[in-house]
Write a protein that binds this ligand. Structure first.
Ligand code: ADE
Length: 343
């Protein structure tokens, strides 16, 4: 039934850099980058990342900060950290070759069923399914499945259905064909049914109910939180702190900040004095906003000048202003950094 999809994919696929290789490491990098990030954004990052770390060995031997720097701006930094850890495991436990066994693949940090299925099918042509949001949409439409895709049981059921329909002669193009169809034809609203290779077998097309597929319970909106951040400065340097290894933006460089509890200026002064630093001057710089998956931060930003660039208790660095770009700052703090400086 899906032979048509494979043929359609071969004739219509977009020319994307990871489609010129069957190297499992490169496919792995692309799949991790493509989680939660659009294809257009990923392309440049993918090319630069592989220039810097062309092999799994090169990545395994790299310094974590260098890996995070290549990831800067892509967001969801745990992906980069896991990829790095995973590369070390592939070198240490699998002789530098991404494993072909599903359980071995799943033992790698950051590799779940979707990623394992994608790598094993795309790189090795093995009959494993890779079910992401696009594929769920394609399958719930073709088979007119009304189950709620927010329910893990539905996802399990869909994984079986996608597996049952694998085109064994070309599992690689089957996987990528499904992704491509979901990304370019079977799109969420206004799907291009008239040019769809699956039109003849698509139940939702036949019934005209494609707009009700997939069924999904409402997502919770990101919670709005007011924050205060301080760009603490002394002797021409800026204070960056290093986040702990768990929690939001784990292991990333950050500005000192806190949830706004009362007056923003007072909060800023408290943030600085709690670090044991001596405030000389505090000036409001402006606001920045950043939306994470679950949080929507409205950030009041202050320039806080302190007497000396003294060491503080938590992991930190006093960084010359012109060297800040060398630190892998997540997008949220790049926004804080980008606000004009008070002189
Ligand atoms: N999204 C996830 N994997 C992809 C791939 N291999 N090509 C295009 N988009 C994708």
């Amino acid at each position: 039934m899906f032979d048509t999809l494979v043929t359609w994919f071969q004739a219509n696929k977009r020319d994307l850099p990871w489609r010129h290789t069957k190297d499992p490491y490169k496919i792995w990098v692309s799949e991790i980058m493509l989680q939660q990030t659009r294809v257009d954004t990923v392309i440049d990052y993918y090319i630069r990342f592989l220039q810097k770390f062309p092999t799994v060995q090169a990545l395994a031997n790299a310094d974590e900060q260098a890996v995070l720097l290549q990831w800067q701006g892509l967001g969801y930094y745990s992906r980069a950290r896991n990829l790095h850890r995973g590369a070390k495991k592939v070198v240490a436990d699998f002789g530098g070759q991404f494993p072909q066994d599903l359980n071995d693949a799943l033992s790698i940090t950051g590799v779940g069923h979707y990623t394992a299925g994608a790598i094993l099918s795309i790189a090795y042509g093995l009959p494993f399914a890779a079910v992401d949001g696009n594929v769920l949409r394609v399958f719930t439409r073709i088979f007119d499945i009304a189950d709620d895709i927010a329910d893990p049981k539905t996802v399990k059921k869909m994984q079986l259905l996608v597996t049952e329909n694998i085109v064994h002669a070309n599992a690689s193009d089957y996987t990528e064909g499904l992704m491509e169809l979901g990304a370019t034809v079977c799109i969420p609203s206004q799907p291009l049914c008239l040019i769809c290779p699956m039109q003849g077998v698509c139940k939702a097309y036949l019934l005209g109910n494609w707009m009700e597929r997939p069924q999904k319970t409402m997502k919770v909106k990101p919670q709005k939180v007011k924050m205060v951040f301080c760009r603490i400065q002394a002797e021409g340097k800026l204070l960056l702190v290093h986040n702990p290894d768990s929690g939001l933006l784990a292991g990333m460089w950050a500005f000192c900040g806190a949830v706004l509890t009362h007056n923003a200026l007072d909060c800023a002064k408290e943030i600085v004095s709690e670090l044991g630093l001596n405030i000389m001057q505090v000036k409001k710089v402006g606001h920045a906003r950043h939306v994470f998956t679950h949080l929507d931060w409205d950030m009041a930003v202050f320039d806080c000048f302190v007497q000396k660039a003294l060491p503080i208790e938590r992991p930190h660095a006093w960084v010359h202003l012109e060297e800040v770009a060398q630190y892998p700052l997540p997008k949220v703090y790049q926004k804080v950094l980008a606000l004009e400086y008070y002189c």
